[in-house]
Design a protein. Structure first.
Length: 461
């Protein structure tokens, strides 16, 4: 039988209570009917939203202020923890007696650390300067800069948080300027860029410097890091010092049930958040879908590395099972410029897109399929997905157990047996859901940046 996908009921219940409270407050303050944001394909994002990482980064760096603030903690400030504790107490007492909805925090209040440029802007400039070095590849042949783009959630979140409030669209989170007012603290260190674009020892030294900088902060010392958010979206990033920040909230690509990337006790759903990869492919919008859906004459498509390690070993077995079958396209390839074009063409002419585990249980391919209007066929026995509790992935994807997928002829017979009406419904849902996986500048309501903070707020409630 097909694999089962069971949403986390605890997250749903908590989130339901949070959203119910938010809805009641909105009604009280606006005195107008509560209207849910449209999920129609024509309302995916406003026209001026930029989803290209390169274009957005170029604009961001061009607008960088000449003088930057710095939150570095200096020696001789041991009493700052006690002072911060007193300030937090006064702030909480003030809210207790003046805010009838306390401790419910709407919107979420985040303090963004002003870190020295070597942890932030300098790394973004390093990426920009070296982007055209196409010879810079990983051990398996993937272009390094493309890989960084897939994991650039740290850039998109930070760029939105520090943007002038007048240019922001999200109302789920605000940046506060005083630490005692913060619900959470955001650490804007670009762990993935530094890992891939710096020499190994240079990177480790920078990691140690960043660790000291973070753990020297009075707010960190006060909480032990439990209210600090650290983006470690690539499974190799920040690896050498993770044990020292394991109490913080990590932003991850998945929970890695294989145990290959995170040690026991480092990551768990009660504290960490899973964020979607940044799609490699362009959005197939309403016009594109209207043109491509009637012409999807390929049953199943896959393009990527055919042999992977650990949990990704199932890929080679699936390839052996599916290669050469009618209506199936299996291609070896990476995420380079030519690979992007080939993947985009293949996904836009296929009904279903195979999404087996890679080195980790998930991969960027899942989100490429979603924005391409290709129904993902997820082959992974243990997989946590982004924003569970908010999004119902059963509306847009098929979940198949590894055992079923490897039975001779089973997978193709299953896909061929799906009714056209169900396929059409899932395609329509993909058009609606794609907005939840498109990082953009400015960040859009119900986009991934927005859902991150809604998930954080539900955990804080």
């Amino acid at each position: 039988m097909a694999g089962k996908y069971i949403p986390r009921s605890k997250s749903r219940a908590t989130l339901f209570l949070f959203l119910l409270a938010f809805s009641l407050l909105f009604i009280l303050f606006s005195l107008s009917p509560l209207r849910s944001p449209s999920l129609s394909p024509t309302n995916v994002r406003v026209p001026d939203a930029e989803t290209s990482f390169l274009v957005s980064l170029d604009r961001f760096l061009t607008a960088t202020p000449s003088s930057l603030s710095d939150d570095t903690a200096h020696d001789g400030q041991e009493d700052l923890v006690a002072k911060l504790d007193d300030a937090v107490y006064r702030s909480e007492m003030d809210r207790l007696y003046t805010d009838p909805y306390y401790p419910l925090s709407l919107p979420l209040r985040v303090y963004v650390y002003d870190m020295p440029p070597k942890f932030t802007y300098d790394l973004l400039w390093l990426f920009k300067r070296t982007y055209r070095e196409t010879s810079n590849l990983t051990s398996n042949g993937s272009p390094v800069h493309r890989l960084i783009e897939q994991h650039s959630i740290d850039y998109w979140l930070w760029a939105d948080l520090i943007a002038p409030q007048s240019k922001r669209l999200l109302n789920s989170v605000i940046r506060v300027q005083r630490q005692e007012e913060a619900d959470l603290f955001y650490v804007p260190f670009f762990t993935t860029i530094s890992f891939f674009l710096m020499e190994k020892q240079q990177c480790k030294a920078l990691y140690r410097e960043a660790l000291k900088w973070i753990t020297d902060q009075p707010a960190w010392k006060r909480s032990g890091g439990r209210d600090h958010i650290i983006p470690v979206h690539h499974p190799w990033s920040f690896k050498s010092v993770r044990k020292d920040v394991k109490k913080a909230i990590w932003l991850l690509p998945d929970m890695d049930s294989t145990g290959n990337w995170y040690k026991p006790g480092q990551v768990f759903l009660e504290k960490d958040l899973i964020l979607p990869y940044v799609p490699n492919l362009d959005l197939c919008d309403a016009k594109c879908l209207a043109e491509t859906n009637p012409k999807r004459n390929m049953l199943l498509f896959f393009r990527g590395r055919l042999k992977r390690n650990a949990g990704g070993k199932i890929r080679s077995k699936l390839v052996d099972e599916l290669r050469g079958a009618d209506g199936v396209s299996i291609e070896e390839g990476t995420a380079g410029e030519g690979g992007k074009e080939a993947a985009q063409i293949g996904m836009r002419k296929s009904l279903f897109c195979l999404s087996p585990a890679g080195d980790t249980p998930s991969s960027a391919r899942l989100f490429d399929a979603i924005v391409s209007g290709c129904i993902p066929v997820i082959i992974s026995d243990e997989l946590e997905l982004p924003f569970e509790g908010i999004l119902d992935y059963r509306k847009i994807a098929l979940f198949i157990s590894s055992n079923d997928a490897l039975k001779p002829g089973w997978l193709l017979n299953y896909l061929k047996g799906i009714r056209p009406a169900r396929i059409k419904e899932m395609q329509q849902n993909l058009a609606k859901y794609s907005r939840h996986f498109l990082y953009s500048s400015p960040a859009q309501p119900l986009g991934p940046e927005d859902l991150v903070w809604k998930m954080c707020a539900s955990e804080q409630a």
